[in-house]
Ligand binder design. Structure first.
Ligand SMILES: [Zn+2]
Length: 321
């Protein structure tokens, strides 16, 4: 059963917003496109693995996608976690095409493309083992103890996985189509129930509550000045900007499209790229609204939590759900 579903990761949505908000001639575009494609491939790979897990007949097996927990001293993120009454399985998913060589000597994953070009990645085996240690510690603080298994799953059907040590390719790193078989092995190995139905529910709630998504500061990471961003409301139909607000309606100057709520996606961009709070004046500047009372009406209609009074009032933007 899916407890935390496979949603488009926030970072991917943020990069998408940044690409949209930068002029087409901006020099950072090639880097952003490449990062977007890499993150999207990762997401698609995880999506495929989640789909494969859905075929597990055991309804009591709980699937979590993209959990990030704040452990001391470092937070840690797991691509997929499978929680069962007898064991936990952490999956680190790699959607990388080409020939993948697991180099344990240097703890790296080397990908060789069909044109012979080679590229090194962080060792996913090391990553998933680290996640396991941190999850054990996290569970310990709640007084839970349950065996934890780990696997690296290659979700790209065109990749060829090799390693010097055959144990790696048979036990630690598997292809997606072998996952079901591998889980059946774990079920046989761990036949003792460690968590009651009630405890399983408790662990589930704790995991969901503790999940803290990473909200990166993209402008800082890519060293982009805030003044490079295009402001204004984008037309949801033709992407022209800025739309003009007239009598409570956003109108596109290019395709004449009319929208009542086109500002919502712009405020989502503001949240993703600038900051999670906004004042009346900042909203006017970003959405190109001249009147403070119009801005006030918009802010009130969104029913946002706020702090402060009158001019200094700060509204707390929410993530779209
Ligand atoms: Zn338009």
């Amino acid at each position: 059963m899916i407890v935390k579903d496979c949603e488009i990761p926030i970072k991917l949505q943020m990069i998408q917003a940044l690409i949209k908000r930068l002029p087409i001639t901006h020099p950072i575009h090639p880097v952003l496109s490449s990062d977007f494609n890499r993150n999207m491939a990762g997401y698609k790979g995880e999506h495929r693995v989640i789909h494969a897990l859905k075929s597990l007949p055991e309804k009591k097996y709980l699937i979590f996608h993209d959990l990030r927990l704040l452990a001391s001293p470092y937070p840690f993120q797991m691509d997929i976690l499978l929680l069962t009454p007898c064991f936990i399985l952490i999956l680190e998913v790699k959607n990388i095409a080409g020939e993948l060589y697991f180099d344990k000597g240097f703890n790296q994953l080397i990908r060789t493309k069909s044109d012979g070009q080679r590229e090194a990645f962080d060792d996913p085996i090391l990553q998933v083992n680290r996640q396991r240690s941190l999850l054990i510690e996290w569970l310990k603080t709640k007084n839970w103890s349950i065996p934890i298994e780990t696997l690296v799953v290659s979700s790209n059907s065109s990749s060829v996985v090799t390693a010097e040590n055959k144990d790696i390719t048979s036990k630690v790193v598997i292809r997606r189509d072998f996952l079901y078989h591998k889980i059946r092995e774990f079920i046989k190995k761990h036949d003792e129930e460690k968590l009651t139905k009630k405890e399983l529910k408790k662990v589930t709630n704790h995991l969901l509550k503790a999940h803290t998504p990473l909200i990166p500061n993209l402008l800082e990471n890519y060293k982009i000045p805030i003044t490079d961003l295009k402001t204004g409301v984008f037309c949801p139909r033709c992407s022209s900007y800025p739309m003009k607000r007239k009598n409570g309606i956003w109108i596109c100057h290019s395709c004449s499209n009319k929208s009542k709520d086109a500002h919502l996606s712009s405020l989502q961009d503001y949240f993703f790229l600038i900051k999670p709070t906004i004042t009346n004046q900042q909203l006017r500047e970003f959405l190109h609204i001249h009147s403070a009372s119009t801005a006030n009406k918009l802010l009130k209609s969104m029913d946002l939590p706020h702090t402060g009074v009158t001019k200094g009032r700060v509204y707390h933007l929410k993530l779209k759900t």
